[in-house]
Ligand binder design. Structure first.
Ligand code: FES
Length: 168
């Protein structure tokens, strides 16, 4: 075999080894990055019951703002770990809770007692007392939380929700 032919084969072999090792390095380096990116999608959404007050603090027929900690706050969240809901005592033992977040772009809605409407200050979204859309851009009703009475406490089943800033 000629020297040239041997060099050519050696060069070809080295190129294949280099490409193979590069591909292997890319896969090894990519696994942690891919895992970090996909982990939040695989994570099960926690649903936690949060106490928002005692039954006697709520009058029948009145809708009141209650504040509670998000189900899945980040360690660095600070004030933003808290969110709120509009809680109404319908009857002696029946409560309804709505997320404060507008279903359009998440702005916090406010309850207008006289008009019996939830109003969104951002783009004029309006919701009826039952949370359904009355007018404006919201695409769907306000999100409702599960509510239960545990001994004398009213509890809301929370799940991660968009961040809001409220002064409850
Ligand atoms: S965020 Fe409420 S109407 Fe747009």
């Amino acid at each position: 075999m000629k020297e040239n032919e041997i060099d050519k084969r050696r060069r070809g072999f080295l190129i294949k080894i280099t490409l193979g090792l590069s591909a292997l390095s890319a896969v090894v380096a990519g696994i942690p990055v891919l895992s970090a990116m996909l982990a939040p999608l695989m994570k099960k959404t926690p649903a936690i019951w949060r106490k928002v007050g005692l039954i006697d603090e709520f009058a029948i027929g009145i809708t009141k703002l209650v504040k509670f900690e998000n189900a899945d706050p980040e360690a660095w969240a600070g004030m933003t770990a808290f969110t709120a809901a509009w809680l109404r005592r319908d009857t002696e033992n029946v409560f309804t809770a709505f997320s404060v977040n507008c279903t359009h772009l998440g702005c916090p809605v406010r309850w207008e007692e006289g008009a019996e409407l939830f109003m969104c200050p951002c783009h004029g979204g309006v919701y009826y007392k039952d949370g359904s859309v009355a007018s404006g851009p919201p695409p769907k009703s306000l999100v409702q939380y599960q509510v239960r009475i545990n001994k004398k406490a009213v509890e809301i089943q929370t799940a991660p929700v968009p961040i809001t800033s409220i002064n409850a």
